[in-house]
Write a protein that binds this ligand. Sequence first.
Ligand SMILES: Cc1cc2nc3c(=O)[nH]c(=O)nc-3n(C[C@H](O)[C@H](O)[C@H](O)COP(=O)(O)OP(=O)(O)OC[C@H]3O[C@@H](n4cnc5c(N)ncnc54)[C@H](O)[C@@H]3O)c2cc1C
Length: 386
Amino acid sequence: MDLTHSPADQAFRAEARAWLDAHVPARPLPSLETAEGFAAHRGWEAELAADHWSVVSWPAAYGGRDCGLVRWLLFEEEYYAAGAPGRVGQNGVSLLAPTLFDHGTEEQRARILPPMARGEVVWAQAWSEPEAGSDLASLRSRAVRTDGGWLLSGQKTWSSRAAFADRAFGLFRSEPDTPKPHQGLTYLMFDLRAPGVTVRPIGRLDGKPAFAELFLDEVFVPDEDVIGEPGRGWRVAMSTAGNERGLTLRSPGRFLASAGRLAALWHERGRDPFTRDRVADAVIGARAYQLFTYAAASRFLDGEALGPESSLNKVFWSEYDIALHETALDLLGVDGELADGELAGADRGWAEGYVFSLAGPIYAGTNEIQRDIIAERLLGLPKGRR
Ligand SMILES: Cc1cc2nc3c(=O)[nH]c(=O)nc-3n(C[C@H](O)[C@H](O)[C@H](O)COP(=O)(O)OP(=O)(O)OC[C@H]3O[C@@H](n4cnc5c(N)ncnc54)[C@H](O)[C@@H]3O)c2cc1C
């Protein structure tokens, strides 16, 4: 793997940096888990999209720059270094879009991707159900054939940002009597404001409606909103899951920026000798993850599929994120208990980031499940007892 960036790549990086310097809001936007913050973040997506920075790796026809994975990584490094806002369109951009590139029709891509790139249509992931999380194939929500489409009924839960999002994508049981649970599933997109949909927000401990439950009662979805073949949705879903755990959900740019902030905090707080090794580990970890991701990107560009290696990625970034935030809170001591409004500069954001990092080993497939995948498919160990 050649890690030197070409002059053209470096020019791309410089162009991204200059744009971000000129456009990143001087004050952080309100939390995107509130109605006000959600609207502000949609506005930011539109601003990015106006200059083709919202989805840099996509083809220009859909609003991107067609610039490939390496430049996407460079862009992400600049994005997080600039302290730019969180991405409200992430479910659509990181999960649904790659699925449509792999399994969608040209009509679906042309209809769905440009408004997603502009933040006009924000997507929620409607996979989990009260009895189907890790064991996703046990899902019970159903899709029943009707004239020109399907009627969806059932309940989904833990749908991030569905309280404010516009549309959702998920799996539904369309053939109830198949021999295996992952057969007979269909991957569909639906409107969160369609007749028959009830969105019930679930408040977090801080009261913000970060999630929602979705109750579906014979919601009509036209045939054009099925992704892939009816009944073969599991295969399509596994392509979404690979993207969720793999390259696109947690780019190394985010951790390089966080490790840089942690090192700055350590210097500001008097270079405490007891946390020095942990700060150094965080900086090394961010760099190792960056190199691992560049290696995965170059293998991908050489035509290799990402496969079960994405589970290694997922376990690494989720555990790394917790360790990094714990180190920051130890450095902050009692100040770590204060609300962000009462803190300044490098002290801000760590407590909220810590609480969110605790969810990392759960979402995108729990780490216990990822370890099973690593044991069975990468190490060739025998299947565990289920
Ligand atoms: C912050 C956050 C955001 C989320 N966003 C979304 C979203 O947008 N859309 C969506 O659809 N879902 C979302 N989820 C839900 C998430 O995907 C599920 O929580 C996750 O898949 C685990 O499912 P579960 O909660 O039902 O736990 P369970 O599957 O009941 O698991 C409970 C525990 O048992 C362990 N376990 C279960 N089976 C096995 C096994 N075979 N071997 C070993 N251990 C096992 C699990 O690892 C876990 O520790 C989100 C969750 C979080 C925390």
